[in-house]
Write a protein that binds this ligand. Structure first.
Ligand code: CU
Ligand code: ZN
Length: 185
């Protein structure tokens, strides 16, 4: 009898231990982890010759977006996160799908409340065909239903003018899959 009680007690201790363990990571994930990073290395679509990279980093409640893109015609180019990290269509980039829009919103500028999660606005290339990116975003998330991980960054031929349905930014000139990068604090 005493042995049986002892057995039951130890089972109970193990069960309590497991449930504490199971809850711990969930609590830790409630807040975004400072310094977490993701990167998209951009590949030219068709014969665009456009290359570059875009880095996403958690800074407080926002994500800082930095990067450098080379080989772009001088001027503005639509800059979005698209739904799929599928780069198989190297000729036109259509395999990346449409703008990442998990909340079924209209297309918009990055600083508007109603926009696709993937609407990052434009990048602007200088006379040396290079665009340098440094902007902050409140809507991008690394985790959960709206996560940008495994999706793609797409750079367009023309400027995003923020008209419906997708900004009239024309063809796609470069894309890259968003994957985890090393944390930097
Ligand atoms: Cu796009
Ligand atoms: Zn959009």
């Amino acid at each position: 009898m005493r042995l049986r009680i002892l057995c039951m007690l130890s089972v109970a201790v193990v069960l309590v231990g497991q449930s504490v363990q199971a809850q711990a990571p969930r609590r830790a994930r409630a807040l975004p982890e400072e310094g977490e990073r993701a990167i998209a290395v951009l590949h030219g679509i068709g014969k665009s010759g456009v290359t570059g990279y875009v880095i996403f980093q958690q800074v407080g409640n926002r994500i800082r977006v930095t990067g450098k893109i080379q080989g772009l015609a001088p001027g503005k180019h639509g800059f979005h996160i698209h739904q799929f990290g599928d780069l198989t269509d190297v000729a036109k980039g259509e395999s990346a799908g449409g703008h990442w829009n998990p909340e079924s919103m209209p297309h918009g500028a990055p600083d508007t409340k109603e926009r696709h999660v993937g609407d990052l606005g434009n990048v602007e290339a200088n006379a040396e065909k290079t665009a340098t990116i440094d902007q902050y975003d409140r809507m991008l998330k690394f985790r959960g239903h709206d996560s940008i991980i495994g999706r793609s960054v797409v750079v367009h031929e023309k400027p995003d003018t923020f008209v419906q349905p997708t900004g009239a930014a024309g063809g796609r000139v470069a894309f890259g899959v968003i994957g985890w990068a090393k944390i930097e604090k």
